[in-house]
Design a protein around this ligand. Structure first.
Ligand code: 13P
Length: 250
């Protein structure tokens, strides 16, 4: 049985004051979260504060991106070892916003996935199609290409130490959610594709849904057989909404 994971992706939001309030609220509600593992992915500069506030709680934390390089002359970048120093368990790689606005290629994302794993972090690999790609009927080939970059670099066994998040780009921040059936179809495709390489890894892999997940739609999404939790943007900035999604997995 896969334990659901609900991870917040704060993106470039918050202040020291607002994240303190948010984390207080989340910690206060964790007693009602019966089944899901819970984590927040914070802007890197807030990780020391997040670590201080979450240490000893049942809420994990992580970053939203990381360098594929171990160290060196890469101005502005943050290394996997640095995330480790601040107690990160997770790191998001290949979010569609980074693919779109920072021109991250499938190959670079795969190298980030490998670097995170090598450092003992759990990479959350984001995959998903744009609206144009869905309308062209190429959703599966886009998601397959994004997955295969990781499998080609490291083999499917590498996914045993990772998480995949299916985030249809057209559903991110738009209020338009994939229907549970649409999401389940792609999640099942992802699991089948990995099963083609390694059935045990596919069976154990947590595949999260991301894209306008809210307390009101989380339960029917997470109830689907291949949806193992969520990667939450907007609704992760409000403690009650985020907890509403975490408890939907109960
Ligand atoms: P929203 O929940 O705001 O649609 O964002 C989803 C997302 O991109 C999480 O990584």
């Amino acid at each position: 049985m896969r334990q659901p994971l609900v991870a917040g992706n704060w993106k470039m939001n918050g202040s020291l004051e607002s994240i303190t309030r948010l984390l207080d609220g989340i910690k206060a509600g964790m007693a009602d979260v019966k089944r899901a593992e819970v984590a927040v992915c914070a802007p890197a500069i807030y990780l020391p504060a997040v670590q201080q506030q979450l240490q000893g709680s049942s809420v994990g934390w992580g970053a939203q991106d990381v360098s594929a390089e171990p160290s060196g002359a890469y101005t502005g970048e943050i290394a996997t070892s640095m995330l480790g120093e601040f107690g990160c368990r997770y790191v998001i790689v290949g979010h569609s916003e980074r693919r779109a606005y920072h021109a991250e290629s499938d190959e670079l994302v795969a190298r980030k996935f490998a670097a995170a794993r090598a450092a003992g972090l759990v990479p959350i690999l984001c995959v998903g199609e744009t609206l144009a790609e869905r309308e062209q009927g190429i959703t599966e080939s886009v998601v397959a290409r994004q997955l295969d970059a990781v499998i080609d670099l490291e083999g499917a066994a590498a996914l045993a130490n990772g998480v995949v998040a299916y985030e249809p780009v057209w559903a991110i921040g738009t209020g338009e959610t994939a229907t549970p059936e649409q999401a389940q179809e792609v999640h099942a495709f992802i699991r089948q594709r990995i099963a083609g390489h390694d059935a045990a890894v596919a069976e154990g892999l947590r595949i999260l849904y991301g894209g306008s997940m809210k307390p009101g739609n989380a339960q029917e999404l997470i109830a689907k057989p291949d949806i193992d939790g969520g990667l939450i943007g907007g609704a992760s900035l409000d403690a009650a909404d985020f907890l509403g999604i975490c408890t939907a997995a109960n």
